[in-house]
Structure formats: structure tokens, C-alpha cells
Design a protein. Sequence first.
Length: 372
Amino acid sequence: MKLTIERAVLLRSLAHVQSVVERRTTIPILSNVKLEAGGDRLSLTATDMDLEVVEGTVAKVKAAGASTVPAHTLYDVVRKLPEGSEILLDSIDDADRIDIRCGRSRFTLPSLPVTDFPVMSGGEMAHEFRLPAGALRSLVDRTRFAISTEETRYYLNGIYLHQADHDGVAVLRAVATDGHRLASVEVPLPDGAANMPGIILPRKTVNELRKLIEATGSDVSIALSANKVRFTFDEVMLTSKLIDGTYPDYQRVIPVGNDKQLDVECRAFVGAVDRVAAICSETSRAVKLSVANGTLVLSASSPEHGSASEELEVNYQGDPLEIGFNSRYLLDITQQIEGVNARLDMSDAGSPTLLREVGDASALFVLMPMRV
């Protein structure tokens, strides 16, 4: 293999694939990125056996071939080379190493056999549909904060993507919960997604996917089977195993009949919560909401840092109420509300609260209260 490639082009692709590679692994080949050159293309592949990313890019190929090199080392080398430079990659003389040349700089990195590199992306996918990148970004961004990190309930360690029904309309819904808060966001069901099985996307897959789709404006092709999913767009293909488990019936924790409705200007509310929470201790993070007669008072106190309070004008229907929330969880949710006004449907100080944007039925959030 011998090729030349612009530093910026190689760095962009390496940045996408190298983050999949674990820093510590007992299998040496998994520390490497696979480079395959042919025609006028260079393909880069990285995997951790649960997740695989393949990205193609333009290169001037002088001799076709393939090699594998340490992913993080190659990324660090390319990142530190001068901007605007051109890089020569050459493994044509020796299968055990790859030479990297750029101006007066020269590096020699060890190589492992390409035949040892695992392949994940094969296999049949029974269901396939396309989703606009903006819709996929919204599904991920507005739910991933609620993914559980508790390993014992592994089936909550991801986003549950499935077909659902909203007032008789078929939708594609993403749900995440950690037992303290729940996020549910939906988009119209794409063509081809009917009868798809519900799948649980692992946390690492969600985070890597979000980085990859950051700048694309293309539709994303989503293909899935019972145990794998594949996302394809531009020149990128991400293949991942799914979490093998049954997602709980999340509908049971979404409250119905909460009769105390509070509407508040969202940005003002977020700012007030953030300011009051500044004096919260690391252990409690509790903020109390006291609402009556069109006024909301947010307050917090801690023995070490003192106390704080702030008043907001709100539109409130119901009897006076005091309820406490974890300030970080409350901020996580309210920051996902994109419109002007947020609505809190409450029942009492011990029951879950339903939060959503006024006029937007596509997203809802549930937050459990805490004692204050």
C-alpha cells in the first residue's frame, strides 16, 4: 500500500474512527485502525467488537493494499503535523510496519496482519428505512441525557427506538430512562419502518453516532436485524450490536391526570434554576418549587453554602403546591425544551411531574420529585 493524502482529510476521518478504539484492550489488533487503499479512495475501519465504524475518503493511491496501525498513535502523529501538509503512507516494502512521511518528518509505526482484523458489517438486515439527519439528531440529543449508567439494569443503558402510536398516528419514538427521569421524543414513522422490532441502542453507539452525524445534512439509512443495527450516510457506515434485553413498559410511569398545570417562560426558568442551584451541596442538589397565585418561588439551602431564592411570574392553575427536584435533572430536561414556554403538570409533592413544551406534542419528559 502506498498513497498520499491531505493532512486535513486524513485527520477528519481518523477523528471519527479512532474514538471507537478502546485505550486498553487485551486483543492487540483492536488497538489498530485498518487502512485499505484502492482506486482513488482510502477506507478506514475501527472496531471494539461491539461497534464498527468505516469511513471512506479521497486519496492519491499509488499502490493498492491494506494495513493496520495503532489508531491513537496514528491520530496523534497526524494531528501534530503542519496544517496544509500532504502525508505519504507507505507499507509496500514491509508488512510489519508502515512509514509515514510529511516534509522532513518521518515516522515508522508497527503493523499487524490485516487478516487478523475482525469484520462486523456483514449479514442481512431485515428492515431498512431512511431518516433525515436533523430528525435523528433530535431523537438522540433530547433523550440521551436520561440513559442509565447503572450496569445492573443493563437494558436501560441505551435508547429504546421503536414504532409507536400517538393518537392514531404511527411514529418512530426514542425513549430513555434511568428511573429518576424519562425522556420520550418522536418523529413521523419513516417509509419502510413499519413493523420494525423495538431495539435498544447502547450508550457508546449513541455517543459515537451523534459525533458522526454532527455536520451531515444527508438522510441516514438505518438497517436493522434482531441483534444488529447499521447507520449509513455520506461515506460513513456505523455497525453496532444491540443490547439484548427487554425494555420495560415505560408507559406505566408516565403520569395521567396530573391536575396542577404550570406554564413558565423556559429560558427564564432555566436561568433561575441554575442560579439557585449554585448553592446546592454535591450530595443533595435539591431545589424547591413553591407555587401559588401566579408566582413561582425557587429556593435551595445547604449548611455549607447558605440559601438562595428567586421569584418568577407564571401561569398556574391549581391549589398552592411545594415540590422538590434534583436541580441537575431538572436542568437536563428543561434544556431539551426548544420552544418559548415549558409546561409542568403536577399532582402532589410525592408524585412524578410531566414536563413538555407548550404546543409541542412530539416530546415529553417525566421527573420524579425528591424530598426537600
